[in-house]
Design a protein around this ligand. Sequence first.
Ligand SMILES: [Cu+2]
Length: 71
Amino acid sequence: MMLRLRVEKMVCGHCIKAIAKAMQTADSQAQVNVRLDDKIVEISSTKGEDEIITIIADAGYSAELINENFA
Ligand SMILES: [Cu+2]
């Protein structure tokens, strides 16, 4: 599934790496695309919405769902 999330606490390259690494550890096929300027994380993964939000939370970042299955 594809999710677009806002991660308010994501402020630098370290945050991006932590989030991307957590996703790719949970799902080696996960694609993670980040827009730091508006704190958007786009994820394509076999994991579901709740799982993805939990994976990011466990990495230390709370993520707010913006939309899913976007084009
Ligand atoms: Cu950071």
